[in-house]
Structure formats: C-alpha cells, structure tokens
Design a protein around this ligand. Structure first.
Ligand SMILES: NC(=O)c1ccc[n+]([C@@H]2O[C@H](COP(=O)([O-])OP(=O)(O)OC[C@H]3O[C@@H](n4cnc5c(N)ncnc54)[C@H](OP(=O)(O)O)[C@@H]3O)[C@@H](O)[C@H]2O)c1
Length: 264
C-alpha cells in the first residue's frame, strides 16, 4: 500500500473512479485521499468511505504528495493558475485532462515532476489501459506513478507525441470494442439467442480472446489459426467479413478518429 497522500482535483466521473480504484485495489487508504469539487454533495459515498472531501483546492494541494488533476479541459489552466503557488517541487502533478500538453502544465508549475496520463472509462472497474508520459520525474516518481496506474488496470509509458494516438486506440477504443460486441449480440439474436444470453456469450468471448493475448502473450493470428478448420465455418465467416471490409473499416475508423483530433 502507498502511504503517499493523494489529492484529486475535480471529483467528477474520472476523479471519482480513480479514488474508488485506489481504495478497492488497496493501493491507498481512504484517509490518504482528498478529493475536491465545488458541489461536494455528489461525493457523499466517498466521504462515508473515509475519503477527505474538500471544496478548497488549496487545502487539498497543500496536504498532498501527489496531485491528480481531473478537471475538464476548458477550466484546467485557469484552476491550476489560481492555485499554482500552492504546489511544491517535491510533489508530483498528474493530469488526466485530454489535450493539455506536458509543456502547458510545466508552464503553470515550472520545475515540478509532471505526468500526462490517458486512461479509459474501464478505470471505473480497475481495467483501464492508461498511457503515461513524464517530465522532470525521477526514477522513483516514474515507478510510483506507473505502479499506481497498474493498480487501475495496465499502464504503459509512451512518447508524448503519441498521446493523440493513445487517445484514439485506448480511450476511443472502448467504444470500438463495445460496438463490435453489440454487432455480435445482434448477430447472435438473429441465429437464435435471446438478447441477454447473446450479450453474455459475446462479451465473455471477447474477454477470453483479449486475455489470450494479455496473459499468454500470443499473437492474434496464431490464435485465429487454431479456430479456422480447413473448409470450416469460422474461415467462411471471417473471409466474408473481410470481403465486406471488416479490418479495413476498423483501420479507416481509427485513422478518422485520429485525424479528427489532429486536424479538427
Ligand atoms: N471520462 C473518461 O473516461 C476520460 C478518459 C480520459 C481522460 N478524461 C479527461 O478527464 C477529465 C475529467 O473528465 P470527467 O468525465 O471526469 O469530467 P467531469 O465528470 O465533468 O468532472 C470534472 C469535475 O471537475 C469539477 N470541477 C469543476 N471546476 C472545479 C474547480 N474549480 N475545483 C474543483 N473541481 C472542479 C466538477 O464538479 P463541480 O462542478 O461540482 O466543481 C466536475 O465534477 C476531462 O478533462 C477528460 O478529458 C476522461
């Protein structure tokens, strides 16, 4: 368990999910977490779990060793500017805010260890894929932050120039995967299952496929080869999907999302 005091500035969807994940995973004690927002009524369940709930960002920042900023992109600069004097050089500043660069953050709090993190919504169940990049961080600080996000799923360190790509593959990727599962459910209903059973079969099957890659470090094609009996039903279905542009449509969708971010 980490004994570090953690402040979460912006206790909305993501900030709350991070607090819950840190407690559930055992990484942090509830009493070591302080979470802020202007209307704290929505944080009642965290408060009753022992988390410090604060309206005053200055108090939260002062008492923390690690400050996680989970504000919306439109007010993060303004809020950080307002409280910039409260930060100390020994603290780590982690931003999960989309589109705010490490240099933007460093301009507000010069010289501090700053981390830009891109998690996804599965952080709510500690199954996020989180991409991280660091500036001014020591090896110990880098290790701490990586360990922290590993408690909330899996974390990987990337070059900041890949953050937009990480947003697409990791954060938007949740939606692509869910649409794939939904299509499987619809197909499953057409071939005879009720929606509930089709949903369970589709979701667990996708989970199993992902686990084969994650836990066993297998290559997708190696696993596909095991299922595709010559002249069998799997290869017939797969090839039909490819004739209809399955892989191509996914790749085009990923690049369309990416272009939307970089070109607007
Ligand atoms: N959701 C995701 O899966 C995801 C994934 C990757 C990155 N992100 C990024 O994470 C950030 C947060 O997203 P979200 O979905 O959690 O948004 P959200 O639910 O709107 O949370 C933002 C919170 O900030 C609080 N806030 C606003 N001004 C504040 C202030 N001056 N001091 C303290 N708190 C303040 C708001 O509450 P009050 O109005 O009560 O103050 C609100 O609850 C965004 O920048 C988003 O781009 C989200």
């Amino acid at each position: 368990m980490s004994a570090k005091k953690i402040a979460i500035i912006g206790g909305g969807n993501l900030g709350t999910a991070i607090a819950q994940g840190l407690m559930k995973s055992g990484f942090s004690n509830a009493a070591d977490i302080t979470i802020t927002k202007r209307n704290t009524d929505t944080l009642a369940s965290l408060k009753s779990a022992g988390v410090q709930v604060e309206k005053d960002n200055a108090i939260a920042i002062r008492g923390a060793e690690v400050v996680i900023v989970a504000l919306k992109p439109y007010n993060v600069r303004e809020v950080l500017q307002e409280f910039s004097k409260e930060f100390r050089p020994d603290q780590i500043l982690i931003s999960v805010v989309t589109g705010v660069s490490i240099d933007d953050l460093e301009r507000i709090v010069p010289g501090m260890a700053v981390v830009r993190a891109m998690p996804n919504t599965a952080i709510a169940i500690q199954e996020s894929m989180t991409c991280l990049c660091f500036k001014n961080a020591t090896e110990e600080q880098t290790g701490f932050v990586t360990d922290m996000f590993n408690q909330l799923g899996a974390a990987v360190s990337i070059d900041e120039k890949l953050m937009d790509a990480a947003t697409v593959l990791g954060a938007c990727g949740i939606a692509y995967a869910l649409r794939f599962i939904r299509a499987n459910i619809q197909g499953g209903i057409e071939i005879g299952f009720d929606a509930r059973t089709a949903s369970l079969i589709a979701a667990q099957t996708v989970k199993g496929a992902a686990e084969l890659l994650i836990r066993e470090n297998r290559h997708p094609e190696e696993e596909i080869d095991k299922v595709t009996t010559p002249k069998g039903c799997t290869i017939a279905g797969l090839n039909e999907m490819e004739h209809q542009g399955f892989s191509s449509s996914l790749i085009k969708g990923i690049t369309a999302s990416y272009n939307k971010i970089v070109k607007g």
